[in-house]
Design a protein around this ligand. Structure first.
Ligand code: HEM
Ligand code: HEM
Ligand SMILES: [Fe+2]
Length: 448
């Protein structure tokens, strides 16, 4: 570790990993309710469990991004983080907000919009934390060396904060309510989060492959340009049936079909860099996660997104298990794997040891990712059967659900395996380290 303040990342990541646990356990619980609908329903009804599952996901991914930012900015900017104190204050506010939200949910205190159910005081806390964060990292970046990686990362992070403001705006008109909701949800994951993804992947590739910065930067600009060009107008794929003007059906279909391009570019970028790379970096597990991230995001977001994004298709599949299949693999591939990649890369450096437990870490990649892929397949089949029976044949919703139970059993089974994969990864990353070698400071973060 070249800069002391890079260690701030560690605390963000510990908090992120704790919420990752909460997320997957809540997922299992929700998956079990699909099989056994009355399971503890008085204690924790499905909507509450689902809310904890999806909210814990979003919050831990964001905590992971913040950690990654604190880790990579000092190295890129060649500066210590401006104020470690503010960074810890920000973390404390976020943890209090997250705990407050979860406790509130258990007691049924929440707002209405999916993913944005946090009570108002938590939303305001998030905004205060975001302002502290943006101030702290922007000052650091502006006072130091400016690189394409930090510029794009900052653009992404500012975008996350700006679009979050629409979470505070709840117009009474249901069409406008939905429209602004998507300005948070869609413009996050298919807009500004993609910038964060591209810059973190670029940082990992820079460190691991030793390819020239200029080459990496060129790719970065292509990815950013194509993701914004397609993603902003692509928001139209959510305007299809909410009461927006009909021309959005075409704008949404056309632009969102092109959204696969930046995800494809990220796959080509990562594999090209590894292929061209001269450096034989010892952290093979981090490389596997980074490559896996690009590929799984391409399938989950790109291919599974394309599958139901054209309006004549979405007319039938809207809101079925096809959507859930896509939501799972897209979030997992793009953002879960991204976080696990940068953590796998950085933890040994923060702990000042050589890359350790590599075999177990790589095994956890295969276990977790295959199980998520299997879950995606089962949900996709469930969704196709559901679409046919319900939307084509006109059977009632609940009758159709009865027909799908075999898929829900398989989803639960794959969920169990995902949880095993998560436990393996946590043990590999934070558990005892057998082959510990203390390396001199900075030796594992080779100069460019
Ligand atoms: C990493 C990027 C992405 C993530 C994390 C993601 C995640 C999600 C999630 C969670 C939903 C469900 C939202 C809800 O609650 O209604 C959704 C819906 C949708 N996504 Fe994505 N997505 C991504 C990229 C894409 C891309 C690239 C496309 C198109 C090529 C796409 C097409 C769609 C469509 C059409 C829907 C609406 C499904 C419906 O009508 O029910 N997504 N996405
Ligand atoms: C890291 C892995 C996971 C990610 C990224 C993830 C992501 C998500 C997302 C984005 C949603 C909302 C989907 C939508 O609106 O279409 C969701 C819902 C759900 N997830 Fe997960 N999840 C993960 C793991 C799990 C696991 C292990 C299970 C266990 C079986 C699970 C079961 C569920 C269930 C039952 C729902 C509710 C679906 C519904 O409302 O019909 N998830 N998850
Ligand atoms: Fe979208």
């Amino acid at each position: 570790m070249k800069y002391q303040t890079q260690a701030i990342a560690k605390w963000y990541w510990f908090a992120a990993i704790a919420l990752f646990f909460v997320q997957v356990f809540a997922g299992l619980w929700a998956g079990f309710i699909y099989i056994e609908p009355n399971f503890l329903s008085g204690l924790m009804p499905f909507n509450i469990v689902r809310m904890i599952h999806s909210n814990a996901l979003i919050v831990w991914l964001l905590l992971g991004f913040f950690g990654a930012t604190y880790f990579l900015i000092p190295e890129e900017s060649e500066r210590e983080i401006y104020s470690p104190l503010l960074a810890y204050l920000q973390l404390v506010i976020l943890i209090v907000g997250a705990l407050g939200a979860v406790v509130g949910y258990v007691f049924r205190i929440h707002e209405g919009r999916e993913f944005l159910e946090q009570p108002l005081w938590v939303k305001l806390g998030i905004i205060v934390a975001a302002l502290i964060f943006l101030f702290n990292v922007s000052v650091t970046v502006l006072s130091g060396r400016k690189t394409a990686i930090t510029n794009i990362l900052l653009l992404g992070l500012w975008g996350i904060a700006v679009f979050f403001l629409f979470a505070l705006y709840n117009p009474a008109n249901l069409v406008l309510d939905k429209m602004y909701w998507w300005w948070v949800v869609h413009l996050w994951v298919e807009g500004v989060w993609e910038l964060v993804m591209a810059s973190i992947l670029a940082f990992i590739m820079l460190k691991m492959t030793g390819v020239d910065r200029e080459v990496i930067e060129k790719w970065l600009y292509i990815i950013v340009a194509t993701s914004l060009f397609t993603g902003i107008m692509g928001t139209g794929h959510h305007y299809l049936w909410i009461g927006m003007p009909a021309y959005w059906q075409w704008i949404g279909s056309i632009f969102s079909s092109l959204e696969i391009i930046p995800f494809f570019a990220m796959v080509v970028f990562c594999f090209m860099m590894v292929w061209k790379g001269r450096r034989n970096h010892p952290n093979k597990a981090a490389l596997l996660w980074a490559l896996g991230c690009s590929v799984l995001a391409f399938f989950g977001a790109g291919v599974w997104g394309l599958m139901h994004t054209l309006h004549p298709v979405n007319y039938y599949t809207h809101g079925t298990q096809v959507t859930a299949a896509h939501g799972h693999l897209a979030f997992y591939g793009a953002y879960v794997a991204l976080n696990l990649a940068i953590m796998t890369y950085a933890f040994p450096i923060i702990f000042r040891v050589n890359p350790y437990n590599q075999v177990l870490n790589m095994a956890s990649f295969w276990v977790m990712s295959s199980a998520m892929a299997f879950m995606t397949f089962t949900l996709t089949f469930a969704g196709i059967v559901q679409t046919h029976l319900q939307r084509v044949m006109g059977m009632s919703y609940m009758e159709v659900q009865d027909q799908l139970s075999v898929f829900y059993w398989m989803r639960f089974g794959s969920g169990l395996v995902v949880v095993i994969g998560v436990l393996m990864w946590v043990y590999a990353t934070l558990g005892p380290k057998k082959e510990i070698t203390i390396v001199p400071d900075g030796a594992l973060a080779p100069a460019e």
